[in-house]
Design a protein around this ligand. Structure first.
Ligand SMILES: Nc1ncnc2c1ncn2[C@@H]1O[C@H](COP(=O)(O)OP(=O)(O)OP(=O)(O)O)[C@@H](O)[C@H]1O
Ligand SMILES: [Mg+2]
Length: 499
């Protein structure tokens, strides 16, 4: 209902402007961490056309601070004053392509989440300008007056700017270092741990800007040049990339591409761990959503399917333009999004197909290894909906040994072997495989044990009319022999030499 200013309703208006002191404190708690806050500031530098961005974190001095300095377009004083305003830009306005911003808030809310004093020094066309938001000052005055420094050349941090560009400086780092000044002990350790996390985050979030023969930006953290960390492992020859699928929508195209990471044996273990990240591969599978090439969601299926061990190598890249921000409900931190209904349905079908294939490949692979082996040491037995593994008592290595035993010991021998099978520690194996599957390996083979196995197997195969040339191929189908292939080849040559 629209109120009209007439005497019947006695309508009038009073000013109810927000209290600067409380509102600005509220802007500290948008849920940023150090890593998301830094990424938000780097977003601005990229949008401003910077090719070099340097982050310096000084945590253990008397004047701890974090500075983010870029060589982008810089701001004139009037632009800087606007930029410092909370809600500097209207979120509903159309942004230029490649603009990583949306709300006109990021620089302030990201900074206040980490510090109580934000200083911005900017140089445009050779002119310097500087503005400061100090939360203690705002709280004291309870108004929105911004401090402008007419002559920034005298500021300690002034030398950070060496060309056109912008320096964002965070001081009074109460969230990161606590209130004690100078910071010490635990708070410095905590800050360093946060910085390590932030480094990985930046390498991943901006990997598309950092990679290629001519990277779009160089990004430094405490003088260290950050390397791109591509969670889709796109450049690895063993990564499987499905063809791109496009969902055309009224506000632009959504591009989807399914990636299957290489099996851990096909890649350097350090790289494998780096890709797994602190949460591991199972938790890192899922959707990787890029907004204008900047990663905003890293992993998880947004409720479309479950994260399972069998699908841990599945990662799907989704590219969206900044024209769809409202449909995807992008938040200020650029760290969360929701799937629009039209995308959700289509994506659900893509995921079902993709993870379905992956699950089938894995299960088939496991089964094949047992079934295709001509003389397996273990049998996979499926009955009444249950799967168990039993030693294959008919394996030549067991039968040839049993044949050398007197009759009264044969039963005992087979009982021992069966006991080993029924005592297989399934629960422990399961726990270990879920927790750290790559670390679970077969026990190292003793050469003498291998010799028994190779000799008895080769003997049986020869008796069954298998040619000497084919024996080696058959043996290679056995995963245990394949894992010890070098020794097995020597033993086989030795055996055949005696024939
Ligand atoms: N490093 C920078 N160089 C040049 N201009 C900048 C820089 N950082 C911020 N600005 C200007 O300040 C404005 C406000 O930045 P802020 O991060 O608060 O909001 P935004 O980037 O517009 O949107 P969002 O809230 O989504 O980040 C930007 O739109 C830009 O015009
Ligand atoms: Mg921004």
């Amino acid at each position: 209902m629209e109120f009209v200013f007439n005497s019947e309703y006695q309508v009038r208006e009073v000013q109810a402007a927000p209290y600067a002191s409380s509102l600005i404190e509220g802007h500290r708690d948008f849920g940023y961490s150090l890593e998301t806050a830094l990424a938000d500031i780097v977003d601005n530098s990229i949008t401003a056309g910077a090719s070099e961005i340097r982050i310096t974190a000084i945590t253990s001095s008397d004047t701890p601070h974090i500075a983010i300095v870029d060589n982008g377009s810089g701001m004139a004083e009037s632009e800087l004053v606007e930029a410092m305003r909370l809600g500097a830009k209207n979120p509903t306005h159309t942004r230029l392509r490649k603009d990583l911003g949306r709300f006109g808030l990021g620089m302030k809310s990201a900074s206040f989440s980490q510090c109580r004093q934000l200083t911005v020094i900017s140089r445009k066309d050779g002119d310097d300008t500087c503005a400061i938001w100090d939360l203690d000052h705002v709280a004291l005055k309870n108004d929105w007056s911004l401090t402008i420094i007419g002559n920034p050349t005298k500021l300690t941090h002034y030398p950070l700017l060496t060309s056109n560009g912008t320096a964002i400086i965070w001081e009074k780092l109460d969230r990161l270092l606590g209130d004690a000044s100078p910071p010490q002990g635990k708070s410095i350790e905590h800050a360093n741990a946060e910085l390590v996390k932030a480094e990985r985050h930046l390498c991943q979030v901006f990997h598309r800007f950092l990679q290629g023969s001519k990277p779009r930006i160089s990004l430094y953290l405490n003088k260290r040049k950050l390397r791109p960390l591509d969670p889709l492992c796109s450049d690895h020859p063993a990564t499987q990339k499905d063809p791109e699928e496009i969902i055309p929508l009224s506000k632009g195209n959504v591009r989807i591409r399914c990636h299957t990471l290489p099996h851990h044996r096909k890649m350097d273990s350090e790289y494998w761990d780096e890709l797994a990240g602190p949460e591991g591969h199972v938790k890192s599978q899922g959707l990787y959503i890029y907004r204008e090439d900047r990663l905003i969601i890293a992993g998880g299926w947004l409720g479309l399917t479950r994260q399972t061990e069998l699908t841990k190598l599945c990662r799907i890249a989704i590219d969206i333009p900044n024209t769809m921000d409202t449909d995807w409900k992008i938040d200020v931190k650029k760290a969360s999004a929701q799937l629009p209904p039209q995308v959700r349905e289509r994506l659900k079908r893509i995921i079902e197909r993709f993870v379905g294939t992956s699950k089938r490949t894995y299960s088939a692979r496991g089964k094949k290894l047992v079934d295709e082996d001509l003389h397996p040491l273990w049998n996979r037995v499926q009955a009444n909906g249950q799967i168990s593994f039993k030693p294959n008592l008919e394996h030549p290595v067991f039968s040839s040994y049993a044949n050398q035993l007197p009759d009264n010991l044969k039963d005992g021998f087979y009982r021992c072997i069966r006991l080993v099978g029924s005592g297989l520690p399934i629960d422990t194996l399961h726990t270990e495989l879920v927790g750290n599957p790559e670390a679970v390996v077969s026990a190292e083979a003793e050469t003498e044990d291998l010799r028994d196995l190779v000799n008895s197997l080769a003997e049986t195969l020869l008796q069954n009319g298998v040619s000497t040339d084919a024996i080696s191929n058959i043996m290679q189908a056995n995963p245990y022999l394949r894992d010890n292939w070098e020794t097995v080849t020597d033993l086989l040559l030795e055996f055949l030499g005696k024939k």
